[in-house]
Design a protein around this ligand. Structure first.
Ligand SMILES: O=C(O)[C@H]1O[C@H](OP(=O)(O)OP(=O)(O)OC[C@H]2O[C@@H](n3ccc(=O)[nH]c3=O)[C@H](O)[C@@H]2O)[C@H](O)[C@@H](O)[C@@H]1O
Length: 434
């Protein structure tokens, strides 16, 4: 029988790239040795069958946990999972349905709620806008915090009704969305589907719940569009969106207002300013720049009018999480019941930004320092694809009402991001998907 030796351990290093290269050579050698006698062959066949059987039963266990149920037995198990995950473990705590839980912001907000004793149930459709394996990895992390994430779509009204039947959510943290400013030109309907139709389906479920939850949801700094008044304040114009993405987020602000007005839903809309950090979104500039710099590929740096640099009020994820928790804690309650308004409910919108915009070339300089590599910069004029030249948040309202206080500068936040990136993808960076 084959016994592992030091020599074999060395041939299977932990880096996945090397593992792949060496595997065929090793497999040939193992096959020659292992199948030299019939008894060893029989032993390996039994082992293979046992392994396959346990893998299949594990898979079906995982599927039954998260997917919509098909049998009554599965339904009971599913409802128990939802109820347990949404159970509150502290006095005065909340039970929160987090949509987009396996997304970037959702995967940070959910454990933060759970750690302080709140109940959390996730909902995510695990779509392939970017590498779904990253979403699955975030999901594993959530599971390790005993957070159950239901795989399903916002537009599935029946599923939402089942969720609200199974758990008495006090709050909905609505983070699921079609994100990305420039992708809206490629796939406009996905924005309508998620950010408008999905939002309405969710609000319908919220207003019908008894009692209805308070809703905190992700709007976007992009609603300021062509606004030139700096810094951006909540009272500034938001009627000149520069992208379809921004237009759907602005529509979301109007739609949530009507549900507040007609049904007494308590609403907080959060205008996030270019959120970044560990477990981030691969479609965002800081993430794709890191990947390309490590792979020795060029990066495209957009330049604005008169060759001016673009700038963003980059905001670190941990600061955003504090703003989300502050919103949940101060949301007030919805006043309606069973779809009938009983009195006025709060409707508020807040900027969550860092208040110190950084030019995109400076972002690249910081990444170069952290990665100890030079970027191959390809500087081009900003195409007319929905981008805005700069963002800059005035956060005095969020400071006053939510206790929001961002403390992470870009240098520090990107250092944490790069360390995560290297630990997740490895130094050879071969597994990073475009
Ligand atoms: O805060 C927001 O409202 C928005 O922030 C980001 O949108 P954006 O600020 O455009 O973030 P990135 O796509 O990471 O771009 C950052 C900056 O890098 C620039 N960029 C982007 C990509 C690229 O290849 N080159 C480049 O120079 C962009 O023009 C922009 O100035 C998110 O992608 C949106 O989902 C979010 O709603």
């Amino acid at each position: 029988m084959l016994t592992p030796s030091f020599e074999e351990d060395e041939e299977f290093p932990s880096t996945p790239g090397k593992f792949k290269i060496d595997r065929s050579h090793n497999m040939n050698r193992h096959f020659r040795r292992c199948f030299a006698s019939t008894s060893t062959m029989f032993f390996w066949a039994l082992l293979l069958i046992a392994f396959t059987a346990s893998y299949l039963s594990f898979q079906s266990f995982v599927e039954s946990r998260s997917r919509y149920f098909t049998s009554s037995c599965g339904a009971i198990q599913w409802e128990n999972q939802v109820r347990n995950s949404g159970h509150i473990h502290r006095s005065g705590g909340m039970s929160v349905l987090v949509t987009g839980a396996a997304g970037f912001v959702g995967s940070h907000v959910s454990p933060a709620l759970k750690k302080r004793g709140d109940g959390v149930v996730g909902l995510d459709n695990f779509n392939n806008y970017y590498d779904p394996s990253l979403k699955k990895a975030r999901n594993l992390l959530l599971n390790s915090h005993r957070i159950f994430v239901v795989e399903g779509d916002l537009n599935d009204a029946k599923l939402l009704a089942k969720l609200f039947d199974a758990a008495a959510f006090t709050h909905v943290m609505h983070l699921a969305a079609q994100a990305g400013v420039r992708y809206a030109m490629e796939n406009p309907n996905s924005y309508v589907q998620s950010n408008i139709a999905g939002l309405v389906t969710l609000l319908e479920a919220c207003k019908s719940a008894n009692p209805p939850p308070a809703v905190v949801w992700a709007s976007s700094s992009s609603v300021y569009g062509l606004n030139e008044k700096i810094p951006f304040s909540e009272a500034d114009r938001t009627d000149q969106p520069a992208s379809l993405y921004a237009a759907t987020k602005k529509a979301g602000e109007e739609i949530t207002h009507t549900y507040n007005h007609i049904y007494g839903l308590s609403i907080i809309g959060l205008r996030f300013f270019t959120v970044y950090g560990p477990w981030g979104r691969p479609d965002m500039a800081y993430f794709s720049f890191t990947r390309n710099i490590l792979q020795g590929k060029p990066i495209t740096v957009f330049r604005g009018k008169n060759q001016g640099d673009l700038a963003r009020d980059f905001t670190y994820i941990d600061d955003i999480v504090k703003g989300c928790l502050g919103s949940i804690d101060t949301s007030g309650t919805s006043t309606g019941s069973g779809g009938k308004k009983k009195g006025p409910a709060p409707y508020r919108i807040f900027n969550l930004g860092n208040t110190s915009p950084v030019r995109v070339p400076e972002l690249v300089n910081i990444l170069e320092r952290h990665l100890k590599l030079k970027a191959k910069r390809n500087i081009v004029d900003m195409p007319g694809n929905g981008d805005v030249p700069f963002t800059h948040a005035n956060i005095s309202l969020a400071e006053k009402e939510l206790g929001f206080e961002p403390i992470t500068d870009l240098q520090t936040g990107l250092n944490k991001f790069v360390r995560w990136y290297l630990s997740y993808y490895g130094y050879n960076n071969r597994n990073a998907v475009e």
